[in-house]
Structures are given as structure tokens and as C-alpha cells.
Ligand binder design. Structure first.
Ligand SMILES: [Zn+2]
Ligand SMILES: [Zn+2]
Length: 235
């Protein structure tokens, strides 16, 4: 996760290049077209970003092929690795398995479930349905149960710490259960607009604010890198 660059005086500077696996473009409720989103996060020090717009059965087939196309284009000409994903959002738990499969069949490389945040009336059972369906990340899982945290550890799904207002209220709980059960965590911005994305200055503080040690951000970025490896996007 640490990558060196040589400064004019020959001093090796290690910088933490950010991986953020949950963002929104204006293909759902984000402010930016994917190309601008990628350009902005590149300027902010990102190594990789997943664009994971809100989806259900109404728009999945519209969204995913377009995100695959722009990710493929951008990945040939600039350095930020762009991963085409989706965030299945407020999909009733019974419908989640079929939509996870459909998203992957359409070409989504990363499937995020909009988990049971305490600031929205997400249907109970959404976290579990996402885990059972093999989703890659349960975003803002809210008051995650210990059973679901154990399942995440067993299945290799990642639990999200969120930089987003509201969703971040339960980061401390999520971090505690993840540590207890061995579930892997990632930090994502859930960014919708300029100003929402992660920065090298703030990201480690958000992780520390969840009750984790000062160096935990490095571990979480390493987890994100492992997930990228699994998806075929080695950095
Ligand atoms: Zn949104
Ligand atoms: Zn989101």
C-alpha cells in the first residue's frame, strides 16, 4: 500500500495511496460524471476507486454496462484504477441474491450492499442477505450482529467503516465486532460530491475515531488491496 517516489534531493518519500471502494456518480445521486469523479480523486491521491451507484432491478441493466465501458476507457489512459461496481440499495432481502448474480453477469466487478445503517429504514435482514449472496462489501452495516460479523469473517466479505455523515455513527460498533470476530474492514467514503472523498490527512483519523489504533488505516488499506487482488485489479 505504501508506494515510494523519489524527490529531487533523492529522498524516498512514502505516501499512502488511497483505495476507496464506494462512491457515487450522477448515474445515481452523485454530482459528478464518472470521468470527473476519477480525475478529482486522482488529484486527491487515490490509487483506486470503485464507482458503485445505487441500483435495484429498475436500473441495473442500464447502469452496469455504462460503468464497465467508462472504467475500461479510463483504465487505458490514466493511473487511477477504476472498478465498475454497484451498490444494491433498499432491495428487499428476498430479492438480493438474484440481483447480486445479475450485477455480476452484467459485468459489475464489485458488489456492495447498502447495509443496515441506523439513519435509514433499511429492511432488517439486509446485511445477512448480502452475506449469503456473497456480496463483496456490506456498506455501513449499522448495528451489525455478532452472528453476521462471524459470517463475514467466514465468507470473506468486508465490513465497511464509512466516512459518510450519519452512516459513520456506528463505525465504533462495527470496528469492535470486526475485531472480535476477525472480519476484515475497509474504509470507504460513500462520496457523492467533491469534498466527500477521502484524504490522506483525514482518513487515518476516521479510522482512529472508530476506536482503532493509529496505524489501523494502513491495515484497512491493505485489506482493500487484497480485495482488489481478488477482483483481478492488482495495484
Ligand atoms: Zn446516495
Ligand atoms: Zn453509497
Amino acid at each position: 500500500m505504501l508506494r515510494g517516489r523519489t524527490e529531487p534531493l533523492g529522498i524516498l518519500v512514502l505516501s499512502a495511496l488511497i483505495i476507496d471502494l464506494h462512491t457515487h456518480s450522477f448515474f445515481s445521486d452523485g454530482a459528478l460524471i464518472p470521468s470527473e469523479l476519477v480525475r478529482r480523486v486522482g488529484a486527491a491521491g487515490y490509487a483506486a476507486v470503485a464507482i458503485t451507484d445505487h441500483a435495484d432491478s429498475s436500473n441495473l441493466d442500464h447502469l452496469v454496462p455504462r460503468m464497465v465501458r467508462v472504467a475500461n476507457d479510463l483504465n487505458t489512459v490514466q493511473s487511477v484504477r477504476v472498478i465498475p461496481g454497484v451498490e444494491l440499495t433498499h432491495v428487499p432481502p428476498e430479492l438480493i441474491p438474484a440481483l447480486v448474480k445479475k450485477a455480476r453477469d452484467l459485468g459489475a466487478r464489485l458488489v456492495v450492499i447498502h447495509g443496515e445503517t441506523i439513519v435509514e429504514p433499511v429492511a432488517p435482514g439486509t446485511n445477512r442477505a448480502g452475506l449469503d449472496a456473497g456480496a463483496d462489501i456490506i456498506a455501513h452495516p449499522g448495528l451489525l450482529s455478532v452472528e453476521d460479523a462471524r459470517l463475514a469473517a467466514e465468507r470473506g466479505s468486508f465490513m465497511e467503516l464509512s466516512a459518510r455523515k450519519g452512516h459513520s455513527l456506528t463505525n465504533g460498533h462495527v470496528a469492535k465486532l470486526a475485531l472480535e470476530t476477525g472480519a476484515s474492514m475497509v474504509l470507504n467514503s460513500d462520496g457523492h460530491a467533491p469534498g466527500d472523498f477521502l484524504s490522506e490527512a483525514l482518513a487515518p483519523k476516521i479510522v482512529q475515531g472508530a476506536g482503532l489504533p493509529p496505524d489501523a488505516f494502513v491495515q484497512l488499506q491493505s485489506n482493500a488491496r487484497k480485495l482488489l487482488d481478488r477482483l483481478g485489479y492488482a495495484l
